[in-house]
Write a protein that binds this ligand. Structure first.
Ligand SMILES: [Zn+2]
Length: 320
């Protein structure tokens, strides 16, 4: 997530609702991981926590406040919506691959920052992670790579789209009159830069195969090099959506519901349209960083409406 809206939201909304959510989090504890099987590959969803986001503010640029308000009511959601921050662990035979790294401490002490404890609860240590796929450089996706400038995954190679690096190398140093969104997202690049300086970042361009069963597909718009990752095994397919969507109950009703986090709003809308239509047609699984944890399910269409269908809870790791 990024840009001027983010800054405004975090300073106003997060502070406003800080005490409410802090109280809720102090008495209730949720398990931070959930495992499932994609073909012969084990996948574990990991929670980095949640963050309150006002849907009314998030979508205000789309200028459809009545629609947003109606959809919130219909979904029985209060505003601000408590948005999940999810990451995922792919277990290959010889590799442990994280998909995104959460927000770390960049949202302050009350939100995010739970990825490491979720990973440990699932039975793994950060030192065991061999590779990290970053969908895009924003606070809640690359912020968790470090803690106070200390690298948290010392043995991992970071993989991301070259366009993300190129963009940030141009904006690494603060400039006068730069977009507020760039200013507010800079710390997420600085977290990544710790790895870059150590030669631990590997870029890719466009759509490539990274590992057996793991490939990339560029869906730019939300950021210049926003990328989804695809996991395939034994005729099963799961697509990691990154930030194609933030609040499903709003955005599944219309890909045109762009938001303040989208860098190129028109392109983001176009990419969402393609993603929705392909997901409905192919019926594959989706893992979405901001859909309620574990954020894994499918999109189906009923008349004009897209509907999110979460995977069933399963002790066997089943997805259907
Ligand atoms: Zn995000």
């Amino acid at each position: 997530m990024k840009n001027s809206f983010f800054l405004k939201c975090i300073t106003a909304l997060l502070l406003t609702f800080n005490s409410i959510y802090a109280n809720a989090q102090s008495t209730i504890s949720q398990p931070g991981y959930y495992g499932l099987q994609i073909g012969s590959i084990e996948l574990i969803a990991l929670s980095d926590g949640t963050v309150p986001v006002s849907a009314m503010d998030l979508f205000h640029e789309a200028e459809q406040p009545e629609k947003v308000s109606h959809l919130l009511l219909q979904a029985h959601l209060n505003d601000p919506v408590e948005v999940s921050i999810n990451a995922y662990l792919i277990k290959l035979t010889d590799k442990l691959i994280l998909v995104d790294a959460g927000a770390g401490h960049l949202f302050g002490p009350a939100y995010g920052g739970k990825l490491i404890s979720s990973l440990q609860a699932a039975g793994y240590q950060p030192e065991q992670i061999t590779d990290i796929l970053i969908t895009h450089v924003h606070l809640d996706h690359s912020g968790g790579l470090t803690n106070n400038d200390t690298i948290l995954f010392p043995n991992a190679i970071i993989h991301l789209n070259k366009k993300e690096i190129d963009f940030w190398l141009m904006h690494c140093e603060p400039k006068k009159d730069e977009m507020k969104g760039i200013t507010s997202a800079r710390s997420s690049f600085l977290a990544l830069k710790r790895y870059l300086d150590k030669g631990k970042v590997k870029t890719f361009e466009g759509n490539v195969n990274l590992f057996p069963g793991v490939s990339t597909r560029e869906y730019a718009g939300h950021t210049p090099g926003h990328t989804v990752f695809i996991l395939e095994s034994k005729h099963e397919k799961l697509v990691f959506w990154g930030d194609l969507i933030h609040i499903a109950d709003i955005q599944l009703h219309g890909p045109d519901m762009y938001n303040g986090f989208d860098f190129d709003k028109q392109q983001a809308v176009e990419q969402r349209k393609i993603a929705y239509s392909e997901a409905v047609k192919e019926g594959y699984l989706i893992a979405a960083d901001h859909i309620s944890f574990p954020g894994i399910g499918r999109v189906r269409q009923s008349n004009e409406r897209m509907i999110w269908q979460p995977i069933p809870y399963s002790l066997l790791g089943r997805t259907r």
